[in-house]
Design a protein around this ligand. Sequence first.
Ligand SMILES: [Zn+2]
Length: 434
Amino acid sequence: MDTLKSAVDARREDLIALTRALIRIPTLNPPGLHYLDICEALAARMEPQGWRVELIRAQGAPGDSENYPRWNVICTHDAGRPGDTVHFNSHHDVVEVGHGWTRDPFGGEYVPDEDRIYGRGACDMKGGLAASIIAAEAFVATHPDHAGRIQISATADEESGGYGGVAYLAEHGHFADVQHVIIPEPLHKDRICLGHRGVWWAEIETRGRIAHGSMPFLGDCAVRHMGAVIDEMERTLYPLLAGKQTAMPVIPDGARNSTLNINSIHGGAREPEEGYTGLPAPCVPDRCRIVIDRRFLIEEQLDEVKAEVAALMERVRAQRASFSYEIRDLFEVIPSMTDRDAPVVRTTAAAIERVLGIEAGYVVSPGTYDQKHIDRIGKLKNCIAYGPGVLNLAHQPDEWIGVRDMLDSAQVMALVLADLLVTNPDSPARPGMA
Ligand SMILES: [Zn+2]
């Protein structure tokens, strides 16, 4: 175990260089830039070391086009002995830069005094990708004849739903022979993320009838109808949701309840274009729409979640003459939570204890990530998120990753490989590891 830990630490400079190089490829999503560049950079690193490399374009997936092809890469190390496959999956896309940076977002700047690397994607999640590569390389160097297979994938579009990335790979059978998945998202080096809450996005439209604004009694105001809907949400739905608590260890604490956000509201005339100096025209709005974002718990069923809103709309209808509406589903994700006794969870918890000398924490993410596709499409429950970095820094200006955190979590990942692919390859699910 000490040999393996030192093999990781010996790669410190390489880890810094690799992380900086990955940040310097601006894989912005949207629209999906430089996906092939980052996949080829990884291929160029892994192939000469004897890894098999597959470059896979998610042809026809949402977002895939000739201008913005959705490229993914899977690198596999197989020493030719039977055993399980351990798959590290990182997304290679990053979100927009936004305002407020004091560092070059794509400079990959390393600040020695802080021992941090700055840049968009440093923490979410090129640092995690680099850590998993260093972990795997250190493991292969110390255990060249390991059992089973190690896979490292870098996949597209996690930030926009993962359909051109993990979902596509899962649909095309790339997780069929995988037994363990670790997603190195920035959940902190001492915590295991077991899964995420569920999601239902929907658009609700209220309908009225257009008329002259000076004679609103001749029309029917869709915005007033929507006001009644939102009022009913305040009076009945929000209190109901506040009372629903989950046993899932969701972080932060506020996300242990069911939540509902109203993402947007639009009704009546369009917003005038910038620079327009005229007045608006007087009309009674005949349409009003809101988009709701309902996050639900493993204790709830999606159809119950939808039924609550449908019942609410019917209560409003009963109180308002001429009220009509439509609810359109936009997006849904079932909650996912891996069992604490799953082999990858037990192995990672034991490795955290051995590297950091503390007990692993268990968390569940308030939002979703690619685990949903591995669970639902790939039919694999033995999956966690575990990686270096501070979740709150994701998508922020001056995003950074600590080098010591990357090394520590790379040690944890290397020990996980040793446990799953060396000690007893025939029985990876055994309890009581040393
Ligand atoms: Zn991420």
